[in-house]
Design a protein around this ligand. Sequence first.
Ligand code: 2P0
Length: 344
Amino acid sequence: MSKKVGIARAHTNIALIKYWGKRDKALFLPMNSSLSLTLDAFYTDTKVIFDASLPADTFYLNMEKQSQKEIEKISQFLDLFREYTGEKRFACVESLNRVPTAAGLASSASAFAALALATATALGLEMSREELSTFARRGSGSSTRSLFGGFVEWDMGTTSADSMAHPIDDASWDIGMIILAVDTGKKKIASRVGMEHTVQTSPFYSMWVETAAQDLQDIKAAIAQKDFERVGQLTEHNGMKMHATTLSANPPFTYWTADTMKAQEAVRQVREDLAVPAYMTMDAGPNVKVLCRASDMDELVTALKEYLPADQVLTSLPGSGAYVLSEADWQESQATFSKGVAHD
Ligand code: 2P0
């Protein structure tokens, strides 16, 4: 057989306890364990075809051929699988990012999780999702968590073999997330660069590592008790601490803009006015994500739209783990993408 094909879908995830800093850059081993919520509304579909007739790897994102630099990243990732299996063929990789342009969430998390599962499927690899997450990790750390649904922990581990993700809870107890997409331009400081600079220069960094470990332990206990308010408080506190390390880096930097702070103020105002629990978290970019109860989402969205343009207020419920797609699913995904339907 001259071709081997695999297709997969993975959803994006938002960290509640952040991954921030690497102890090994080459192996993507993190300084601290992290925990996230997988989101249903935003995902990546990826098809991998290993083909004996290809003279090199190729990569199409959203139906456009990517630059040599982008293809190189994909090639290096595929090499991990080729080395593991002895596969010699080059591959054609096609990805569709099913994230509304306005969301600004086109993250590497769903991208590398989908690519890892599609590649493993094409090569007929039989391994657990946990083990597959150790491959995904080498593309992008946060992608480990997108292999699973609901609340997911990425255990920092002790070696490359045990730094892996595992599911904690399916989050089916009235959990939702609102995304305040205040700015969807390309980020100025890549998370990879920002976290490295922070590790090297922030005097607060050691406190980050120390307290993140405690936050993780506490949030897992709160999730086990389905204590939403405690989960939210820990989420907001942990996210703010991550951003405090960027402000204390030297030279300092921040991912926030004036619009980020306006959105944060809107969240504070709305939760006070409505007396509804809602907790914010920010990543390596200006957008604000709000953890809330799914049953409060409509009320919160209506109130937030008083402060922010309606098209900047998006919502999602918890999502499932990555899964394999059929050729028919892929054809449908391509068709809806072509019609400009960014997500369903
Ligand atoms: C997270 N972020 O836990 C944290 C919070 C951003 C802030 O994971 O270098 O793209 O590819 O491993 O996964 C973004 O970093 O970094 C990220 P790499 P990644 O979601």
